[in-house]
Design a protein around this ligand. Structure first.
Ligand code: XLS
Ligand code: NI
Ligand code: NI
Length: 440
């Protein structure tokens, strides 16, 4: 097997923070944080589409990156070499999971049957590499957005033939994910949305999307898929309005069609921010509803209004994310998938390593800070004190639902004065900073 990165060895943890070159400065896989190793907590995953497939093109320019595994003699040979290169990258980085779309790993053929055949032969190779290395599949998914047939959407297309094609594609992708023992299967509504309501039957599209998801949940049971089905919300892009806008609206959608027990959420940082939320907001909303399944770990640029899918380096954001994950008791079937790509000008193959290291170190730091914040109970104690009025007197009656408007009016008309606690945001922000500065 060809080595694609002969100049890069296994990336190791270095205690030396100022060491140059590729090494981990925060992520120490075997270090325990609260009884679990960092590796167990963080469950990093490599995204096949970005890391193995992104060539650097943007709406104004061509690819800037020609990857060494792309010189194969045929599309299938390239697909095979891509698998070997992917496993080399993951092994060198110590990444134990990966994710893919069906079309990331094998090229489309002339017919669906031929496409499925291509997929099967690459899956065989992946399966072998997985058993040789112990690397596992975090989740699989189907690409229902690149091919022109999906111009009007997939499950929400106006064209029933496209709906049927998408169903066949998802059926196959679920089978392949099951075959590879995937811990999850993701539905990101690539083109499930609309550009204008002038030409859109919203009711029909939503009903069809729900039926599609219902069939998928039924089929997962039928084939004995043991992973978690996940919805990945995103408010816009590629369509102007996407139906799975954010966690709150997607949860309302699932509930109104009785689907909420079959799905959880895969929450992507850059999608939450595109929806006008913080990453933590969507994580929190999912967590308190017991719907937090997995995370697409990336970040956007606050000055750009699109999904820039950058590697996550914002320590506040990784700390907040890890707080939510720890509060939930850790990932069960989820993980931190780097749905992130190097910048167009970071075109050299070794930039792939630097980018993942940056993301892994940022999450390691976030984990250490979050764990200490949780252990010390600083935020929890502050919050429970802030709301303590509900544990006595009239507040206790409100939280026990033992009162009504008339009694509350009587209370409010009484002699008492209102005395509010301070929110102390700035104090808490400085405490948070201290936890981040000192986390080890
Ligand atoms: C695109 C999405 C996509 C999903 C998988 O914005 O993030 O990459 O994660 O289809
Ligand atoms: Ni994503
Ligand atoms: Ni995205």
């Amino acid at each position: 097997m060809k080595e694609y990165f002969p100049n890069t060895g296994k990336i190791e943890y270095s205690g030396d923070r100022f060491k140059k070159g590729p090494c981990f400065r925060q992520y120490n896989a075997g270090q325990t944080v609260g009884g679990k190793t960092m590796e167990e907590h963080l469950k990093f995953s490599m995204a096949f589409w970005h890391t193995m497939g992104y060539g650097g093109s943007d709406p104004f320019g061509a690819d800037t990156m020609v990857r060494p595994w792309q010189n194969g003699s045929s599309p299938m040979k390239i697909a095979e070499e891509k698998v070997y290169a992917a496993f080399e990258i993951m092994q060198k980085l110590g990444i134990r999971y990966f994710c893919f779309h069906d079309r990331d790993i094998a090229p489309e053929g002339n017919t669906l049957a031929e496409t499925n055949k291509n997929l099967d032969s690459i899956v065989k190779i992946i399966k072998k590499m997985m058993s040789d290395t112990g690397i596992r599949l975090l989740w699989g998914t189907a690409n229902l957005f690149t091919n022109p047939r999906f111009m009007h959407g997939a499950a929400t297309s106006c064209n029933a033939d496209v709906f049927a094609y998408a169903a066949a594609q998802v059926k196959k992708a679920m089978e392949v994910t099951t075959e590879l023992g995937g811990a999850g299967y993701v539905f990101w509504g690539g083109r499930e949305g609309y550009e204008t309501l002038l030409n859109t039957d919203m009711q029909l599209e939503l009903d069809n999307m729900a039926f599609f998801l219902q069939m998928a949940a039924d089929y997962a049971k039928e084939i004995g898929f043991e992973g978690q089905l996940l919805i990945e919300p995103k408010p816009k892009e590629p369509t102007k309005h996407q139906y799975d806008f954010d966690v709150a609206s997607a949860l309302a959608f699932l509930k109104s069609y009785g689907l909420e027990r079959d799905f959880k959420f895969n929450i992507e940082s850059n999608h939450a921010t595109l929806a006008g939320h913080t990453f933590q907001h969507d994580l929190r909303f999912a967590r308190i509803n017991e719907m937090l399944g997995s995370v697409d770990a990336n970040q956007g640029d606050m000055l750009l209004g699109w999904d820039t899918d950058q590697f996550p380096t914002d320590i506040y954001s990784t700390t907040f994310c890890m707080l939510e994950i720890l509060e939930m008791g850790g990932f069960k079937k989820g993980g931190l998938n780097f749905d992130a790509k190097v910048r167009r000008a970071s075109y050299r193959p070794d930039d792939i390593f630097y980018a993942h290291i940056a993301g892994m170190d940022s999450f390691a730091k976030g984990l250490k800070a979050a764990w200490k914040i949780m252990e010390d109970g600083v935020l929890k104690d502050f919050i429970s004190k802030k709301y303590e009025s509900y544990s006595r007197g009239i507040g206790k009656k409100i939280s026990g639902k033992e009162t009504d408007f008339k009694s509350l009016e009587k209370y409010a008309l009484g002699p008492g004065t209102i005395d509010n606690p301070s929110g102390r945001q700035e104090y808490l922000e400085s405490i948070l900073n201290e936890y981040i500065f000192t986390a080890e």
